[in-house]
Design a protein around this ligand. Structure first.
Ligand code: ATP
Ligand code: MG
Length: 149
């Protein structure tokens, strides 16, 4: 059923801000005149939740997490960008595999399932997920849904 992506995103931002670290600020911004989308709200919420939870977990205090949504005639795009520990290049191709964790996670806890869930849910909704990351600089995940008539 159709729902308001901006409203959902604002709610998630508020929830995740409460579990963020000291002075970690989640900045949400939407681009586009439309805000209603026809996607599975629960699946999408779970995906965004996982990406922001990772951004919080894998970046330090006093950092910004950018959360952006964009709706155009051609696509719905969701981006979560952090300034955290990043993902080593040799680990990147395994990132969506179940139970995989990168080698620079140290003592940060996790099971390695979140991103596998994001990938599977995104594909269920006929979308795709991709990322760019540089170690010690940060990571940006993008979920993309192409819209066609
Ligand atoms: P959980 O199942 O609780 O989510 P997890 O966070 O370890 O555990 P995933 O969310 O699947 O598992 O992420 C897989 C791995 O990808 C992580 O262990 C981490 O190495 C890396 N990773 C994911 N997101 C980020 C990020 N934003 N910055 C740096 N590394 C990340
Ligand atoms: Mg995770």
């Amino acid at each position: 059923a159709p729902f308001d992506l901006v409203k959902l995103s604002e709610e998630i931002t508020e929830e995740m801000q409460m579990v963020a670290k000291q002075n970690q600020h989640i900045i949400y911004q939407h681009t586009g005149k439309e805000s209603v989308v026809t996607l599975d709200q629960n699946l999408l919420k779970n995906c965004i939740f996982n990406l922001i939870a990772n951004a919080i977990k894998y970046s330090g205090e006093n950092t910004f997490i950018e959360f952006n949504t964009e709706i155009t005639g051609n696509a719905i795009t969701i981006v979560v960008k952090d300034n955290g520990i990043g993902i080593p290049e040799k680990d990147q191709k395994h990132l969506f595999e179940p139970f995989f964790r990168a080698h620079n996670t140290g003592s940060i806890p996790g099971t390695g399932l979140g991103l596998n869930i994001v990938a599977r849910y995104t594909h269920l909704m006929n979308g795709s997920v991709d990322f760019k990351s540089i170690v010690n600089q940060g990571t940006s995940f993008t979920i993309l849904f192409k819209r066609h008539e």
